[in-house]
Design a protein around this ligand. Sequence first.
Ligand SMILES: C=CC1=C(C)c2cc3[nH]c(cc4nc(cc5[nH]c(cc1n2)c(C)c5CCC(=O)O)C(CCC(=O)O)=C4C)c(C)c3C=C
Ligand SMILES: [Fe+2]
Length: 338
Amino acid sequence: MKGVLLVNLGSPDSPEPKDVKPYLDEFLMDKYVIDVPFLLRAFLVRGIILRKRPEESAHAYKKIWTDEGSPLIVLSERMHKKVKPLVDVPVALAMRYGSMTIEKGLQELHEQGVTDVMLLPLYPQYAMASTLTIEVLAEKIRKKSFPNMKLTNFPAFYNKPGFIRVLSESIKKHLEGFNYDQLVFSYHGIPERHIRKTDVTKSHCKIDGSCCATASEAHAFCYRHQCYETTRLVAEYLQLPKESYTLTFQSRLAGDKWLEPYTDVEIDNMPAKGIKKIAVVTPAFVTDCLETLEEIAMRANEDFKENGGEEFLAIPCLNDDDEWCEVVADWIKDWVKN
Ligand SMILES: C=CC1=C(C)c2cc3[nH]c(cc4nc(cc5[nH]c(cc1n2)c(C)c5CCC(=O)O)C(CCC(=O)O)=C4C)c(C)c3C=C
Ligand SMILES: [Fe+2]
């Protein structure tokens, strides 16, 4: 029997440093996130980053935490609950990090008699720090605990018509009556090195945009290309004039060179250029989380206004939007049919 495992990133069990620290340790010790040899990674993460970051992150998590828990978990659960009755096969939900493990998700499907699983990472654009790490871990667990199970990876959906339509319609709905100077498409950043590592041709990605104009098999695994494609397709759907929108990358960690332009720098500089009213959409996330609710809707908003900005609109993620849940259900139905 077929079944589906939806996988999102995960959150700590609580916004207290005692729970944030092990969560960050699991996340940042992942070799697909901080992709350096183990000893160097352990030194960077445990010797440097985890000294201060758990307190800072806990403070940020406390600002967004709800009575029901982490927004990312609660909203993913709501979406899961809505998708389940729309399809005829079992659907489970798991997280890459934290206590809702992929192992538990596969076990739940196994107990329902599922032998053929489609893995659906809830990330529109492919990245080794998001999609690949889920695929690799799920395969490792399958081999060890469920050797007779078949796993199929659902490809990144950055350009799928259903995703582009519901994302565009959601943006349109939230922009109604808001007279903005600039619409910012802010995507989670990654180190440039990750783009080169996932280039299957090993020579295509130049990280300057020129490569995106040439058809290549590298695009199927290029996070930067896929972010630009999502933006281009939404702009086309909404018929946005070229000068009315911009693409940026947020949430970088110190150290390496991350994808540019940086969201915080761009937004802070906008008021001085006469851009006083902005809307920000975050299409690398289908679920609202720390990076959208705290970093964008709170911090970027405050910084924009401190720099002379007047109006700031943070557009929510798709979360458990009915039409989005129907799109996901349709993808599942198509896979079940074939
Ligand atoms: C779009 C998907 C994501 C990619 C790609 C990604 C890469 C990436 N992230 C970090 C470091 C951190 N990210 C953190 C939070 C976080 N990241 C994503 C998604 C992607 N990350 C989400 C959905 C969230 C929010 C989780 C939540 O509970 O709401 C954090 C933790 C919070 C903090 O301390 O800022 C870290 C750390 C790296 C290093 C990276 C690529 C190399
Ligand atoms: Fe992240």
